[in-house]
Design a protein around this ligand. Structure first.
Ligand SMILES: C[S@@+](CC[C@H](N)C(=O)[O-])C[C@H]1O[C@@H](n2cnc3c(N)ncnc32)[C@H](O)[C@@H]1O
Length: 251
């Protein structure tokens, strides 16, 4: 299938791209969740979302020094990247005392990720890749950080509450959720599905997550410029101070 890649700029993720049309055929784009569809995308090599490199915002995040790392009581800071695909961001996030787990439902994606990451692994970076379903996977320990990029927007919108519940289950109580939000608009189907910042708030606030910061992604690749924001979330110790609408109450 012809690629619509722009060098370093990513593919256009809308119906004008035949690869996006094929993804939607395979996945269904309906409330019927298709894990088989994702697997077939990887098996057919139809992965228009794959930048072939870490997203520049992740590299900036690592270089910013604001990302926790280093030993925590003698152990590494643990990071989960759900829906990691070919694992570029997993490798970029690793090191500096962070151990990163890349999770994807597709065995083919994980195989590719392991192959691509072999050189970094040989350099001593610390990461692992797991082929499993985010919605049912049970790791031995919770994570200090979860980083989501193009996973939330890839899920059919009715699955967003379940996504948030799993984030809450998999993150330590004092852990941090980082969402690099791909804010697709005007899509008649998905993935990627139409996504707004409020869509995250609607499912995360009731679980006690509060957005501590949000900023435009100034370093988005060409095809995603002006469409991305990075938000960092922490969970309140006592979510009972939320009102019934899931909004924080100031006492
Ligand atoms: C749009 S792609 C994004 C991949 C990667 N984050 C990137 O930016 O290149 C979404 C990924 O989520 C994976 N995925 C979909 N449903 C999943 C699930 N239930 N559990 C784990 N991974 C899943 C797909 O196989 C796919 O690799």
């Amino acid at each position: 299938m012809a690629s619509k890649a722009i060098a370093g700029g990513g593919q256009v993720l809308n119906v004008s791209n035949p690869e996006v049309v094929r993804v939607r055929q395979l996945i269904g784009g309906t409330a019927e969740y298709s894990s088989d569809g994702w697997k077939r995308c990887w098996e057919e090599g139809v992965t228009p979302w794959d930048l072939g490199q870490p997203t520049p915002a992740v590299v900036d995040l690592v270089n910013s020094g604001t990302l926790p790392g280093g030993d925590r009581d003698g152990r590494a800071t643990t990071v989960l990247v759900p829906g990691c695909g070919a694992g570029h961001d997993v490798v970029a996030l690793s090191g500096a005392g962070r151990f990163v787990v890349g999770l994807d439902i597709s065995e083919a994606a994980i195989h590719k990720a392991r192959q691509r990451a072999a050189a970094a692994a040989a350099d001593g970076n610390s990461f692992d890749f797991v082929a499993a379903d985010f919605f049912t996977w049970e790791p031995p320990d919770k994570f200090d950080i979860i980083f989501d990029y193009t996973f939330f927007c890839a899920l059919e919108p009715s699955m967003r509450p379940a996504w948030a519940k799993r984030i809450a289950d998999l993150l330590k109580q004092d852990g941090e959720l980082i969402t690099l939000m791909y804010l697709a608009e005007g899509q008649e189907a998905g993935p990627p599905f139409n996504t707004a910042v409020v869509d995250y708030e609607e499912v995360l606030n009731p679980l006690g997550f509060v957005m501590n910061s949000i900023q435009d992604n100034e370093v988005a690749v060409q095809s995603r410029k002006g469409m991305e924001k990075m938000a960092r979330w922490k969970r309140m110790a006592n979510p009972t101070s939320l009102n019934s609408a899931g909004e924080t109450q100031i006492d």
